[in-house]
Design a protein around this ligand. Structure first.
Ligand SMILES: Nc1ncnc2c1ncn2[C@@H]1O[C@H](COP(=O)(O)OP(=O)(O)OP(=O)(O)O)[C@@H](O)[C@H]1O
Ligand SMILES: [Mg+2]
Length: 627
C-alpha cells in the first residue's frame, strides 16, 4: 500500500513526496525551473517595443507635454539672470514684481504640463501592462501540459504578476524620460556653450567619471537583478506550494519546518534585494558627487571670471542654475539604466513564456474532427515516454468500437493514466498513432479534438466559484433545466438543493467545501452537460460509504451510456460490465478480453478475480505480490 500512496502523493503533493522519499529540501536549494535564458538588453527592448506600438499617440502626448514642461523650466535661469543684472544691478525696483509674476507663471505652466504628462503616461503604462499581461496569460494557457509539469506555479505567477510590470516600465519611462533627459542635456549644453564656452568645458570635466560609472554599473548589474528576481520567484513558489498543502503541514505538524524553509527563501530575497540596493546606494551618490564636482569647479573658475570682469554676476548665476538642469537629467539617465537592468532580468522571464513552444503550432495545417464523431477509437502501437530515458508505454494497441466501455486495470505506475491522457493529446506520442473515426488525432485541431472528449479525473477538481458555475463549465450556455437534468442524472441535485444557497453555494478553492463523493458527482454532472461521444474516467479510489458509492455508480452508468468510455477502474463491480478489459503492466497490455474471457484464459486477471473478499482490484495485486 505504501508504494501506491507514495506515487499518488508524488502527483498531488510533490513536496511531501520528496519528504517521504527522503529528499527533503536542503537549505538553499532552488527549483531549476526558475532560471530563464539570458538575453541581451537590446532584445528585450525590441520585444517590449512591440507592445508600445498601438499607443503612439499617447507616447507622443507624454513627450510633447514633457518638452513644454522642460521649455518652461528653462525660463527660470534666464529670468534669474535678468533679475540679478538688469533689475537688482540697475536698481529698477518697479520691474521686480512683473518679473516675479512672469517667473511664477513659467513655474505654473511647467507644473501644469507636468501633471498632464503624468496622467497620459499613467494611462499609457497601464494599457501596455494590461496588453502584455493578457498576452502572457494567453500564451501560458496554450502551453503543453508538460511545460507545467516542469515548473512551479508560484514561479509562473510571479512572472505574470510582477515581472510584467517591471519589464514595461523601462520602455515607457525610457521613451519619455530618456528622450526628455537627452533633449534637456543637449538644450542646456547649447545654452552653456553660448553663455561661456570655457566655463562650459569646465562643467564637462566630471563627464568621463559619470560615463565610466554608468558603464561599470551596467556591466555588473544584470546578475544581481537576475538573482533578485529568482529569489522572488523561489519565495512565491514555496508560498504557493505550502498554501495548497496547508492541511498536510498541519497534519504532519511541520509548521516549524516550513517556517524555517520560508525564512530561508525570504532571506534569500532580502539578500538579493539588498545586493541590488547596496550597489545602487554607492553608485547613485557617487554620481551625484561627480556632478557636484562640476558645480564646484564652475563656481571656482566662474568666480574668477566675474572678478576679472569677463562675465556678469547674473550670467554666473544663470550658468550655475543651468548646470543644475544639466546634471539632473544625467542623474535620471542613471536611474533609467538601473530600471533597464531590472527590466532585462524580468524580460528574460516574461519572454521565456512567450517563446515556449505552443501546444500544437498554428502553422501546421490542421483539420477539424466532424462536429460529433461516432466514437471509434484506435490506438496503433502507441509508445510514449515522459523523459527520454524511460519508456512508460511500449507499443500498446487497442480498438474501441463506438459506445464500448474499455476498462483499464493494472498495478500502480503501470501507465493507465498516461494511456488515457494521450487521447485528448495532453502529451504527444513518442511513436505510433491514435485515430478517432479514422482521423489521426495528431493531425486535427486540439479544439475540435477536445470538444469530443469529457474527462472525469481521479481527483475531481472544482474551480473556486459556485456549484452552478462549476457544472456550467461543461457547457457555458446550457439552460437552467439542462443544468438541473445533468445534476439529477449525476445524483447530486438532492444534496445541492439541501444546501442553504443551493446551486449558488460556493465550493471553495479546489472544491474543499464539498466532500469527495459530492465533488465527484458535481464533476460527473459537468461531464454530462458537456455531452461528448467519448469519455475518460479515472475512477476515484477514495472509499466512500456504500450508499454514496451506489449514487456514484448510478451516475457513472448514466454518464457512460452511449459513449465510448475509457475507465480506469478500481472496483471489480465496474470492471465486470466492461466490453473489453485491458490488463496493463510495465507499460504493456498483457491480457485483454471480457471478464468471462479473461477468467477462461486463466492468467493474471483470473487470479486477481479469484482472490476473495476484495472490492478494489489493487488489493488483489498486492495480495498476489505477497505470495
Ligand atoms: N507528468 C509526468 N512526468 C514524468 N513521469 C510521469 C508523469 N506522470 C507519470 N509519470 C510516470 O509514468 C509512469 C506511469 O504513470 P501513470 O500515472 O500512467 O500510472 P497509473 O497506471 O495511472 O498509476 P495509478 O494507478 O497509481 O494511477 C509512472 O512510473 C510515473 O512515475
Ligand atoms: Mg493513474
Amino acid at each position: 500500500m505504501i508504494t501506491k500512496l507514495s506515487s499518488r502523493y508524488a502527483g498531488e503533493f510533490p513536496f511531501l513526496y520528496r519528504c517521504m522519499s527522503g529528499h527533503v529540501h536542503g537549505a538553499g536549494d532552488r527549483d531549476p525551473s526558475l532560471s530563464a535564458r539570458s538575453r541581451s538588453t537590446w532584445e528585450i527592448i525590441r520585444r517590449v517595443a512591440v507592445y508600445l506600438r498601438p499607443y503612439k499617440l499617447m507616447a507622443l502626448g507624454t513627450m510633447v507635454c514633457a518638452i513644454f514642461s522642460l521649455a518652461f523650466s528653462f525660463a527660470y535661469p534666464k529670468l534669474t539672470q535678468v533679475v540679478v543684472d538688469d533689475i537688482i544691478g540697475k536698481g529698477q525696483a518697479n520691474l521686480l514684481a512683473p518679473a516675479m509674476l512672469g517667473l511664477l507663471g513659467a513655474f505654473l505652466m511647467r507644473d501644469v504640463f507636468n501633471s498632464l504628462r503624468i496622467r497620459i503616461n499613467n494611462a499609457f503604462e497601464q494599457n501596455v501592462i494590461y496588453d502584455m499581461r493578457r498576452a502572457v496569460y494567453a500564451r501560458l494557457q496554450r502551453l503543453p501540459v508538460s511545460y507545467f509539469d516542469q515548473r512551479a506555479s508560484g514561479d509562473l505567477m510571479t512572472r505574470v504578476l510582477e515581472d510584467v510590470n517591471s519589464v514595461e516600465r523601462v520602455l515607457i519611462d525610457g521613451t519619455e524620460q530618456g528622450t526628455v533627459s537627452i533633449l534637456s542635456i543637449v538644450g542646456v549644453l547649447i545654452l552653456l556653450f553660448y553663455t561661456d564656452a570655457t566655463l562650459a568645458w569646465v562643467a564637462l570635466v566630471p563627464l568621463p567619471l559619470l560615463a565610466g560609472g554608468a558603464l561599470l554599473y551596467t556591466l555588473t548589474a544584470h546578475k544581481r537583478y537576475r538573482a533578485q528576481r529568482e529569489a522572488a520567484s523561489a519565495m512565491g513558489s514555496l508560498l504557493m506550494d505550502n498554501l495548497q498543502g496547508i492541511r498536510q503541514i498541519k497534519a504532519f505538524g511541520r509548521h516549524d519546518h516550513e517556517d524555517s524553509r520560508f525564512a530561508q527563501r525570504a532571506d534569500e530575497l532580502r539578500q538579493g534585494t539588498l545586493g541590488v540596493m547596496r550597489v545602487w546606494a554607492t553608485y547613485s551618490p557617487a554620481m551625484t558627487f561627480a556632478s557636484s564636482l562640476g558645480i564646484g569647479l564652475v563656481l571656482w573658475v566662474g568666480g574668477s571670471f566675474v572678478m576679472s570682469g569677463r562675465m556678469t554676476l547674473g550670467e554666473l548665476f544663470a550658468f550655475v542654475v543651468y548646470l543644475g538642469l544639466f546634471y539632473e537629467p544625467v542623474g535620471r539617465l542613471h536611474g533609467l539604466n538601473q530600471m533597464l537592468q531590472a527590466a532585462r532580468a524580468s524580460g528574460e522571464r516574461v519572454f521565456d513564456i512567450m517563446d515556449a513552444a505552443e501546444e500544437r503550432p498554428i502553422t501546421s495545417r490542421l483539420d477539424n474532427l466532424p462536429a460529433r464523431v461516432r466514437g471509434e477509437v484506435i490506438y496503433e502501437r502507441v509508445g510514449f515516454s515522459y523523459a527520454a530515458d524511460r519508456t512508460v508505454l511500449d507499443g500498446v494497441s487497442l480498438q474501441a468500437r463506438p459506445g464500448e466501455m474499455i476498462a483499464l486495470v493494472g498495478p500502480t505506475g503501470a501507465g493507465k493514466s498516461t494511456f488515457v491522457n494521450l487521447l485528448p493529446a495532453f502529451y504527444d506520442l513518442t511513436s505510433g498513432r491514435i485515430t478517432i473515426d479514422g482521423h489521426d488525432t495528431s493531425r486535427v485541431s486540439l479544439e475540435s479534438l477536445r470538444s469530443q472528449i469529457s474527462v472525469v479525473s481521479q481527483e475531481a477538481f472544482l474551480f473556486n466559484g459556485t456549484i452552478r458555475e462549476n457544472i456550467l463549465y461543461g457547457r457555458l450556455d446550457a439552460a437552467e433545466d439542462e443544468l438541473f437534468a445533468a445534476a439529477k442524472a449525476a445524483n447530486c441535485h438532492e444534496f445541492i438543493a439541501r444546501l442553504p444557497e443551493g446551486y449558488d453555494s460556493r465550493v471553495g478553492e479546489r472544491g474543499v467545501k464539498l466532500s469527495v463523493g459530492e465533488k465527484q458527482r458535481v464533476s460527473i454532472a459537468r461531464a454530462l452537460l458537456k455531452n461528448t461521444p467519448i469519455l475518460i474516467l479515472d475512477e476515484a479510489t477514495a472509499s466512500v460509504d456504500t450508499n454514496t458509492e451506489k449514487l456514484i455508480q448510478e451516475a457513472l452508468e448514466r454518464l457512460m451510456a452511449g459513449r465510448t468510455s475509457f475507465v480506469i477502474a478500481h472496483r471489480l463491480s465496474t470492471i465486470r460490465n466492461a466490453d473489453q478489459i485491458l490488463v496493463m503492466q510495465h507499460g504493456q497490455i498483457i491480457e485483454r478480453g471480457t471478464h468471462e474471457e479473461l477468467i477462461t484464459q486463466n492468467g493474471l486477471y483470473a487470479r486477481l478475480a479469484r482472490i476473495q473478499n476484495t472490492t478494489f482490484i489493487e488489493e488483489s495485486f498486492e495480495k498476489l505480490a505477497d505470495v
